[in-house]
Design a protein around this ligand. Structure first.
Ligand code: SF4
Length: 371
């Protein structure tokens, strides 16, 4: 991340990886792309719908399970395409919160983390959009090794399919947050394609209103997303109520001042009619005092806003940052609420399981390197 100006991410299209493997990945294909594939194979177009359902809705791992496809087509698909793009590497489960964190391995050996949260109202997942991250937020473990690459739309959606497979028969994933490792708006095209795919009623059938995309504040990406016509929730990671503090915590804030980021968020709310969520990580003695709460309230008063306070999950990579005491968290919340701002405190989802994004992957890599 440069200090003077934003340089859009330029790395090779991750889809090239699969071209090199010589097989076409099925996850990531739209139903129209599957229809073209069927036409190339001399099959009728209705087969595309059947294949689409096997890939996304039923999430099978084996072509032989596709019982309504002729055997010769299953064999041809097995020879020329890839059915799943992720392999489960490890998982950590927290019985207290019903949260499971997965570490998945990709075709090039990279690893990504995803989280499944089973709640009384449904199953939600938090998924990753990049391997690593280049944004450099000072409290975050995901950015420690920098950015490795973008994920493809297929690798993004396959995280949901893989976790849905872990649920008991008859249960499904109903809510998705793109809040794992990476900055989703730096991988715009693949992320938007993945969102359309996860929404498709023939596939995972996740309502747009149950999808949240979280950004550190890439202003051009936020404006572009507002024009996309997707009624999804935008979550803006604010983490500080002024430029000075925000720049200390988030290098991206050196490019776009808080006024510009908030203006883009308000535009998003006006354009889509969707309330914007402002994410605010509470770090003890850094940004969690009453003065910061009042300053934040002043910024958001009168806007279509919801503040989600996230008490820091301490990470081994950032020992200087600690979680505030409950009294400080409650005081911060009260100040916002007394200004009429809807405020929630994110329920702790398993500090016992390296729940802050990036920790499980970093630990696996340290193990790999014998550290
Ligand atoms: S908090 Fe998000 S945007 Fe910031 S470094 Fe971590 S993964 Fe990247």
């Amino acid at each position: 991340m440069q200090e003077s100006g934003y340089v859009p991410l330029k790395i090779a299209d991750p889809a090239l990886l699969f071209t090199q493997l010589g097989r076409q990945p099925l996850p990531g294909m739209t139903i129209h792309e599957m229809a073209d594939l069927m036409a190339d194979l001399g099959e009728p177009r209705f087969r595309a719908r059947q294949l689409f359902q096997w890939v996304y809705q039923k999430g099978v791992k084996d072509f032989d399970a596709m019982t309504n496809l002729p055997a010769r087509l299953r064999q041809e698909l097995a020879r020329t395409t890839l059915l799943r793009l992720l392999e489960k590497d490890t998982e950590q489960h927290d019985k207290r919160t019903g949260t499971t964190k997965y570490l998945f391995r990709l075709a090039d050996g990279s690893q990504v983390e995803s989280v499944l949260m089973r709640q009384s109202w449904g199953n939600s997942v938090c998924i990753t959009t990049q391997v690593g991250c280049r944004m450099g937020c000072t409290f975050c473990a995901s950015t420690v090794g920098g950015l490795v690459r973008n994920l493809t739309a297929g690798e993004i959606v396959d995280q949901i399919v893989m976790m849905q497979r872990e649920l008991p028969e008859g249960e499904r994933v109903s809510t998705v947050v793109l809040m794992g490792s990476g900055e989703p708006l730096e991988n715009y095209d693949h992320v938007v394609k993945a969102i359309r795919l996860m929404h498709d009623p023939e596939g995972l059938n996740i309502g747009y209103r149950h999808i949240t995309i979280s950004t550190s504040g890439i202003v051009p990406g936020m404006r572009r997303l507002a024009e996309e016509g997707l009624p999804i929730t935008l979550a803006l990671s604010l983490h500080a109520p002024n430029n000075e503090l925000r720049r200390q915590l988030m290098p991206v804030a050196r490019i776009w001042p808080i006024e510009e980021v908030l203006a883009a968020a308000r535009e998003y709310a006006e354009r889509t009619g969707r309330r914007v969520t402002y994410e605010y990580i509470l770090i003890d003695g850094v940004n969690d005092g009453p003065a910061e709460a009042r300053e934040l309230a002043g910024l958001l008063k009168g806007t279509l806003a919801h503040v989600n306070l996230i008490p820091l999950n301490p990470v081994a990579e950032r020992p200087q940052y600690r979680r505030p005491r409950p009294e400080r968290i409650n005081r911060f919340k009260q100040i916002l609420e007394s200004s009429g701002i809807a405020t929630t405190v994110r329920r702790e989802m398993g500090g016992e399981i390296d729940a802050a994004c990036g920790q499980l992957r970093n630990r696996a890599q340290r193990r790999h390197m014998g550290r």
